[in-house]
Design a protein around this ligand. Structure first.
Ligand code: S3P
Length: 178
């Protein structure tokens, strides 16, 4: 059972993906990590050197390559921006949107010192940074909902809670279909 996780930065795609993969005894693939490995470069540095447009093009190519595999795939928060990626995601049967309130996202991004997020950094350098990030969040929410087969609310839940909820819901869907 392949599962693709989408959602805004800080929604838990990485931590939930790892737990889900363990529960399903499937390999876990993180698209950002694949990107870093492939180009031997941190994403923030890639953004600086080549710009967001080139990043999106390469991200789309990687998505197309990884999506058909029998794995749990955690994507980057901006993967839904490109229409071609949204088409790919819609074709995948189990695309799960980790829906997290904006206020929680802001707190998580602030406290996560391990990940450099170029877009969050760029937006926080401008005046009225939270508003900018909120605009991005609202714009993308429509796309996450568009591609998702399943939407899971993550607020107040651990990665294990969320993984279990996803598995239960997918199991129920399968029973309905059978
Ligand atoms: C991005 C999110 C990042 C990463 C890149 C761009 C975005 O992934 O792909 O920095 O546009 O939201 P996470 O969602 O895992 O932070």
């Amino acid at each position: 059972m392949a599962i693709v996780l989408v959602g805004f930065m800080g929604s838990g795609k990485t931590s939930v993906g790892q737990v889900l993969a363990e529960e399903l005894a499937l390999p876990w693939i993180d698209l950002d990590e694949k990107f870093t490995e492939k180009f031997n470069m941190q994403i923030s540095y890639f953004f600086e050197k080549f710009g967001e447009g080139v990043f999106r093009e390469k991200e789309g190519q990687l998505l197309a390559k990884e999506i058909g595999k029998e794995v749990v795939l955690s994507t980057g928060g901006g993967v839904v921006i490109c229409e071609s990626n949204r088409k790919i995601l819609k074709k995948s049967l189990r695309c799960v949107y980790l829906s997290t309130p904006f206020s929680v996202i802001v707190q998580r991004i602030k406290t996560d010192s391990c990940t450099i997020r170029p877009l969050a950094t760029r937006l926080s350098q401008k005046n009225n940074s939270v508003k900018n990030l909120e605009n991005l969040y609202q714009e993308r929410t429509i796309w996450y909902e568009e591609v998702a087969d399943l939407i899971v609310e993550t607020e107040g839940k651990t990665p294990m809670d969320i993984a279990k909820e996803i598995l239960l819901k997918l199991k129920k869907d399968k029973e309905v279909i059978n």
